[in-house]
Design a protein around this ligand. Structure first.
Ligand SMILES: [Zn+2]
Length: 224
């Protein structure tokens, strides 16, 4: 892993070192939680927030703190706080999945769900909190939950802010639901199998002993 200093690195040398240390910690956790060990060099560019906004504001319909598209690009800050740590963990999952299966595009619910799950889990968070539960059960009651099929586009980049927020939360909820079905160690087995076979349906069936539609229905039923 390398920080590209030529890419407009933002902040102090101390800040850069903090970022690098955090990425190395996250790299070890990738293996622990998802069984991903990217061998390929992962490039990370940290931007001055104003430069980031200027260059990438048009690329998203919702505020982004960072994104991965071949290179991890992060909206800088003055210090490494929890928010930035979460962004680093999140984007590293996208980079690692891409490194493991470069020509395979995961459905966005799984790509984002795994990234959201990993960033939460590595902060010590298990399960959805009360606010998240309430948002999902409210969406269900209002009939506005997405189907997993409609969350299977390559990304959520086309969604408006409110829709995107629900899409990310639902994706996180679905991955958390899977982890709770057979224990979170199952995530490693599932990711490993998926990256090797690139067959989502069969990987899901093998590890979670049901097809995706059945699992989706169970997840929605549990939302209350
Ligand atoms: Zn993401």
């Amino acid at each position: 892993m390398a920080i590209d200093r030529a890419g407009g690195i933002y902040g102090t040398r101390h800040f850069e070192q903090q970022i690098l240390a955090e990425l190395e910690r996250a790299y070890d956790q990738l293996d622990d939680y998802l069984g991903l060990r990217p061998g390929r060099k992962i490039e990370v560019v940290v931007y001055d927030p104003a430069v980031f906004d200027q260059q990438f504001a048009g690329a998203f319909r919702f505020a982004a703190a960072g994104f991965y598209h071949g290179v991890i690009r992060i909206r800088g800050a003055t210090a490494l706080d929890v928010r930035l740590s979460r962004v680093l963990h999140h984007e590293l999952v996208h980079a690692a999945l891409d490194a493991a299966a470069p020509s395979y595009t995961l459905p966005a619910w799984l790509n984002e769900g795994l990234a959201e799950w990993f960033e939460a889990r590595t902060q010590g968070k298990r399960h959805l909190d009360g606010r998240e539960q309430a948002m999902l059960s409210g969406a269900k009651a209002n009939g506005v939950l997405f189907s997993l099929a409609s969350l299977s586009t390559p990304s959520f980049g086309h969604l408006q802010q409110n829709a995107a927020q629900l899409a990310y939360l639902q994706s996180y909820g679905m991955v958390e639901f899977l982890a709770s079905q057979r224990g979170e160690r199952s995530m490693r087995e599932f990711c490993d199998r998926l990256m090797r076979t690139r067959n989502l349906d069969r990987s899901i069936k093998h590890v979670y002993r049901a097809d995706l539609q059945t699992l989706e229905a169970r997840f929605v039923a549990e939302l209350g």
